[in-house]
Design a protein around this ligand. Structure first.
Ligand code: UTP
Length: 305
């Protein structure tokens, strides 16, 4: 973020962070027959707790978890568990006690229910009735997209304060990978990290993509998005797409910018991505990292001999 943008950072741009967690998680079947994918751990901590921490760090004081019937355990992760806590306290297991208490202490969590998985756009729309009248923007964080290092929402809030409207997050990806993402049509601004968006296309063919700037799962959306969500029709995959609502806002002259994030990401929506994130985090863990590193070295040597 340029110094000029950072300097404009004033009062909080949003109070509510919406986390859509009502999807079917089919790429994790058979596990997701009974376990919501948002509760699958990276090392020992479920994905949903990482995004809650990120939202709290960016200034949100409320998490609206959009869940499907049957996925109540996602919200239960943010409830205290007095019996478990008393047991751990009785055995002086302080480190474990702190882990158990962390999620409920991070942020206040509330639930909105999406009865049918009609798409990400529809899921975000389910949060609208919980917003206060004076909330003119919300953050949306996809729990299966790990954006590292955390903190990009803080930059996005500063960009909204400067330019108004909605602010999204983009990664510059190799062209052959763009068809996995929403792709932005963009124009430069005076800040190399911030681009003005003219259009967004969901999952384009590489040769048809308007740029190699791919949407990441972090959004700071003006409240106008809810009105746009009511006016879109099912798009790619027959789902109500959030990107289609953003595209509609752009068409109607609403300012939309992206922050180009220079860090990394892990896709926790697939087994391979979750595994990579776990290895990445485990290697950085002082307790389990050194032994894992040795084991990986030995294991990879076997591959080459
Ligand atoms: P994904 O498409 O990655 O999640 O949606 P999914 O549908 O659960 O996974 P697969 O494709 O079947 O494996 C991105 C995010 O949007 C939420 C998902 O829970 C995920 O966090 N989502 C998606 C909803 O809340 N509702 C929907 O109708 C669709």
């Amino acid at each position: 973020m340029s110094a000029s943008i950072r300097a404009t950072l004033g009062p909080r741009a949003f109070r509510t962070a919406v986390v859509p967690a009502a999807g079917l998680g089919t790429r994790f079947l058979p596990t997701t027959k009974t376990v919501p994918k948002e509760l699958l751990p990276v090392v020992d901590t479920p994905a949903i707790e990482y995004v809650a921490a990120e939202a709290a760090q960016a200034g949100a004081d409320r998490l609206v978890l959009v869940i499907a019937p049957g996925k109540e355990s996602v919200a239960a992760h943010f409830d205290p568990n007095p019996d478990l806590e008393a047991g751990l306290a009785g055995q002086s297991k302080d480190a474990l006690l702190a882990k158990v208490r962390r999620a409920p202490g991070l942020i206040r969590a509330q639930v909105a229910v999406q009865r049918k998985p009609l798409g990400l756009g529809h899921a975000v729309g389910c949060a609208e009735p919980l917003l206060a009248e004076d909330e003119d923007a919300v953050a949306v964080l996809l729990p299966d997209d790990f954006v590292l290092p955390t903190g990009v929402l803080i930059t996005m809030a500063a960009v909204r304060q400067r330019h108004g409207g909605s602010v999204l997050c983009a990664f510059d990806v190799p062209r052959e990978q763009i068809s996995a993402y929403g792709a932005f049509a963009i124009e430069d601004t005076d800040d190399p990290e911030v681009k003005r968006v003219h259009g967004v296309v969901e999952k384009p063919a590489p040769e048809a993509a308007p740029s190699t700037f791919a949407a990441a799962g972090r959004y700071l959306l003006d409240r106008a998005v809810f009105d746009a969500l009511r006016r879109i029709v099912p798009g790619v995959g027959g789902e109500l797409q959030l990107t289609d609502a953003v595209a509609l806002l752009i068409e109607e002259g609403h300012p939309v910018h992206v922050v180009v994030h220079g860090g990394g990401r892990h896709d926790l929506g697939t087994p391979a991505g979750l595994l990579r994130a776990s290895v990445d985090f485990a290697l950085a863990d002082p307790e389990i990292g050194p032994e894992l590193r040795r084991w990986l070295h030995d294991r990879l040597r076997q591959e080459t001999t």
